[in-house]
Design a protein around this ligand. Sequence first.
Ligand SMILES: Nc1ncnc2c1ncn2[C@@H]1O[C@H](COP(=O)(O)OP(=O)(O)OP(=O)(O)O)[C@@H](O)[C@H]1O
Ligand SMILES: Nc1ncnc2c1ncn2[C@@H]1O[C@H](COP(=O)(O)OP(=O)(O)OP(=O)(O)O)[C@@H](O)[C@H]1O
Ligand SMILES: [Mg+2]
Ligand SMILES: [Mg+2]
Lengths: 254, 254
Amino acid sequence: TSRIIAIANQKGGVGKTTTTINLATALAAVGRKVLVVDIDSQGNASTGFGIPPSDRRQTSYDLLAAETAVVPMATMVPGLFLIPATVDLAGAEIELISTSGRQEKLKRALGDIAGDFDLVLIDCPPALGMLTLNALVAADEVLVPLQCEFFALEGLSLLLSTIERVREAYNPRLRVSGIVLTMYDGRNRLSREVVADVRKVMGEKVYRTMIPRNVRVSEAPSYGKPVLLHAFDSSGAQAYVHLAGEMLRREAAL
Amino acid sequence: TSRIIAIANQKGGVGKTTTTINLATALAAVGRKVLVVDIDSQGNASTGFGIPPSDRRQTSYDLLAAETAVVPMATMVPGLFLIPATVDLAGAEIELISTSGRQEKLKRALGDIAGDFDLVLIDCPPALGMLTLNALVAADEVLVPLQCEFFALEGLSLLLSTIERVREAYNPRLRVSGIVLTMYDGRNRLSREVVADVRKVMGEKVYRTMIPRNVRVSEAPSYGKPVLLHAFDSSGAQAYVHLAGEMLRREAAL
Ligand SMILES: Nc1ncnc2c1ncn2[C@@H]1O[C@H](COP(=O)(O)OP(=O)(O)OP(=O)(O)O)[C@@H](O)[C@H]1O
Ligand SMILES: Nc1ncnc2c1ncn2[C@@H]1O[C@H](COP(=O)(O)OP(=O)(O)OP(=O)(O)O)[C@@H](O)[C@H]1O
Ligand SMILES: [Mg+2]
Ligand SMILES: [Mg+2]
């Protein structure tokens, strides 16, 4: 059966989209069949695969609001499919609030689709609103990208307590599968301190693989490609390859 | 009369909070009386002034949901006052949606308070939801922090069109007072390209002052201080001093 993973953190700019794009690509590169679902109305994950807004026909808005059957689109990465996002999604948040069963919409809509994939990665917006709630109810696990910065660390406890509340109220199987440290810079004392703090508090929940700050990673979306295709030998791309490996080894050990 | 400025951008992690804290401090340092209103439930602006959650008694939740009279609290910076945020604010977003006149709540609540200050800076969350809408309706102007990165540039047109819609529907005096480029790194080609693109498209709307990526800036919140107090001579602190100067000169020229 497929693993449904929400990539979530309400803190902005911590690397949710970058992790979704590049981890999905690395998993597809080792033969897994992967679906990326973009539920951020900014549509950055869709852009990161080089898909302009005009080519986004069957979208996550259709999935959530219109409840029509949506066929995932192919991407430039073999084995990797995408349900893209457009700005229409910004309206869905308010529409969802006034519908019954609002937190289950995504779970129901993915029910028919997820079975065709080994892994489903859901890129969440920087908020704990109705869209992220839908992802947490639909998912089996949450992967938390955590930037090695002070403000990012401050938000972690709010996120973990929200996940706990969702587990109790809506989704008993939901667990935090891991925390991945992003934009790590070993020369920076603050970066090292955040890493030490998080490992002390969260122990084995934190992936050993850290994603370094690497300009090739932030360049890649301007070429419409995952960094694995833009600069495979870069430290950023290689870190995502290692993260995929670590993730699959942890899965095998379960 | 006072200027009410919303610091807004739905893209996450672009420097909204950092700009609010440090621009406010630089303005207070040259004798302006400044109020910071934190309407992000992460409460990062409140943390950046060294105020722990237990000391946040009269908050922006009270301002928005309870409509009680809120007295701003003093901060470590002379002339700078704060209405802090707590996680309770996360609930306000949903509560606001079902109340009448929901988009005017902050405007009405600030009506009695703003007159005591020369400038009011409102730190917004990374979304175009009900809280940011309240800020855009209450404000006279919007200051847009824009990170020198590809995804950040992509979100600018959505933000500008949203501001335009708010001006037409709710607040005819709302204008974009300026765009400030943040986390600029001159050694990085992508950074230089983003700057060239934004200046070409937005012209004079873009402040000449750019905020460089500077580790002292990201360290400062871990000491509970604005960077002007943590490391006054740093390139980051000095950039915010120049930004305040440029802002006041532009005001005088109006
Ligand atoms: N390892 C890295 N090295 C350098 N830059 C990075 C890295 N990871 C992400 N970035 C850049 O940092 C910025 C923020 O990353 P990203 O957009 O993925 O975060 P996010 O959490 O999805 O943001 P949002 O909260 O807006 O959805 C982007 O411009 C991205 O290109
Ligand atoms: N000029 C700078 N140099 C270095 N680091 C910076 C700079 N400006 C901001 N940062 C860091 O980048 C991160 C994002 O900044 P900040 O939290 O201010 O953005 P934001 O837009 O308020 O985020 P959010 O969308 O979550 O509200 C923070 O960890 C901050 O310390
Ligand atoms: Mg994102
Ligand atoms: Mg912020």
